[in-house]
Design a protein around this ligand. Structure first.
Ligand code: ATP
Ligand code: MG
Length: 496
């Protein structure tokens, strides 16, 4: 009894004839099978519910439920459907065998039993069942793997799509930049102390990651300086992405800065990569920051504080490594005082302020700037223009340049286009013309001379004199002072 070999499976024998049962109950355990017994179809149905046999040997003729009906019910129940059923039949009647197969049996054995036959059939069907189970398991496993791999591939595909979008956006952006940049040279011309001081600051701030606020009147070169900071920083190989805060309409600010997902709102047909994402690893240049509408100021504040954002319509948070350079020609202090600019945003931006002096405070750069622009434009135009006439240079030096370097550049360009000889002259249409700007020019010039004299303590000539500061001949300065009625504040024995 205790010498049973390994369990080769559990077999339920369903038969109402004790003699039949005995044969099987004696024989099968010797072959290593565990045996359960039911004496009727009803009992068999009851028993399979808690004992889980691996195979059922089922008698055909029984009182109550006969073998066919029992088989049908076992096959109808999902919990027992998979158990192979072998009919035991005394009759060699073909129609019975057919009925048995129709009821769902896999095989039959004939009574009286032949041991070898029973063993062979039982073993075959148990092995088959085992193989089916293994196959199903392998299949399930494979299916699971396929599901996992598909999900993984979809994720990777999404990432690739994301990257592709970013690259495309970057590409489009850079192409736009190249087009816009066509007439904007990156060279910074000038050697006035005021400009050199700024350039020194540029070198220092470029090395840090801190936010820079570039201040200065219109046309003083704020954008040029912002680009110089980027170009001298360790981010130079990544893009500098410009956002013109005046150009973005209120409702679109968020999408412009942070992007949106496909379908985020009507008209959002595709995913859009925002400027902050585009600038990842590089620099974002927030130009005209003073014009940013109030609701956008709040949103910008968050990204400056947390360095993270969510695109419109997305719950995914993006982290970015972006250096911020902002610029404005407005007096932000005053904007804050008058409640038009958030003070918390102002403090966030005003970490490293960098102030660009107006051109009228660095008149000594004018000659170099004129030559620089003249060279570029005459080359572009294929003209040979050698320089400007002396009288013309005097006019340039005495003008107050409200539009600063941009105004000077435009003026040179226009004159170069119109030039017919080797010397550049400015026509009467130029804003320098006394007829159009005489009064404003004179006022500004007067103020400028006064300021220079104040700084030189009234000294006109010599290395620290006002004439040198203004880039003028001392005699020219004296005659101008007389014409404009400018009085000296200090003493200069050389002047009457
Ligand atoms: N020192 C300089 N050397 C050469 N070009 C300069 C210099 N400063 C400015 N420029 C040129 O003058 C033009 C105006 O400069 P920029 O656009 O940087 O000014 P801005 O301060 O940003 O003006 P705005 O406030 O109107 O936007 C540009 O074409 C720029 O290349
Ligand atoms: Mg600008």
């Amino acid at each position: 009894m205790s010498t049973q070999p390994v369990n080769r499976g559990t077999i339920l024998i369903v038969d109402d004839t004790p003699a039949n049962l005995r044969v099987l109950v004696d024989y099968l355990p010797q072959q290593g099978f565990k045996v359960l017994v039911a004496r009727s179809g009803e009992q068999a149905l009851e028993q399979v519910r808690h004992a889980h046999p691996d195979l059922i040997l089922l008698d055909v003729v029984m009182p109550g439920l006969d073998g066919f009906e029992t088989c049908r019910r076992l096959k109808a129940d999902p919990r027992t459907r998979e158990i192979p059923i072998i009919f035991m039949t005394a009759l060699s009647d073909t129609s019975d065998k057919i009925r048995g197969f129709e009821a769902g049996a896999v095989d039959y054995v004939l009574k009286p039993f032949k041991h070898e036959e029973i063993l062979a059939r039982v073993t075959t069907h148990l092995t088959l069942r085992q193989l089916q189970a293994t196959l199903r398991e392998t299949n399930d496993h494979l299916e699971q793997r396929v599901i996992e791999r598909t999900a993984e591939l979809e994720r990777v595909l999404e990432e690739v799509e994301d990257l592709k979008n970013r690259l495309q956006a970057e590409n489009v952006y850079l192409q736009e930049e190249i087009r816009l940049e066509h007439h904007n040279f990156r060279e910074i011309v000038g050697s006035s102390p005021a400009l050199l001081k700024v350039l020194e600051q540029v070198e220092t701030v470029a090395r840090s990651n801190s936010t820079v606020l570039v201040l200065g009147e219109t046309g003083t070169g704020k954008e040029l300086i912002a680009r110089a900071i980027h170009d001298r920083s360790r981010r130079r190989d990544r893009p500098l992405v410009k956002v013109n805060c005046t150009a973005i309409a209120g409702g679109l600010v968020e999408s412009e800065l942070f992007g949106h997902v496909k379908g985020a709102f009507t008209g959002a047909v595709n995913r859009r990569v925002g400027r902050f994402e585009l600038a990842d690893g590089g620099t974002i240049f927030l130009d005209e920051i003073g014009e940013l509408p109030p609701e956008a100021q709040v949103k910008l504040l968050r990204v400056l504080q947390e360095r993270e954002f969510e695109p419109v319509g997305s719950s995914k948070t993006y982290q970015v490594d972006v250096r911020v350079v902002a610029a404005t020609n407005r007096d932000l202090d005053a904007e804050v005082r008058e409640g038009r600019f958030r003070s918390d945003l102002y403090y966030r931006l005003n970490v490293l302020p960098l102030e660009l002096p107006p051109l009228r405070e660095r008149l000594q750069d004018i000659a170099a700037l004129v030559n620089f622009f003249l060279q570029r434009f005459s080359r572009d135009l294929g003209k040979e223009i050698r320089g400007v006439g002396r009288g013309t240079m005097d006019r340039l030096l005495s003008y107050h340049w409200p539009g600063n370097i941009r105004e000077l550049k435009n003026l040179v360009e226009r004159a170069a286009v119109l030039a017919t000889g080797p010397i550049l002259v400015f026509g009467d249409g130029a804003p320098l013309s006394p007829a159009t700007t005489a009064k404003r020019t004179e006022e500004a010039e007067g103020r400028l001379i006064e300021a220079s004299l104040e700084r030189s303590a009234g000294v006109i000539e010599g290395p620290h004199g006002a004439a040198k500061m203004l880039g003028l001949n001392p005699n020219t300065l004296r005659s101008r002072m007389k014409r404009l009625g400018v009085k000296r504040t200090g003493r200069d024995p050389a002047t009457k």
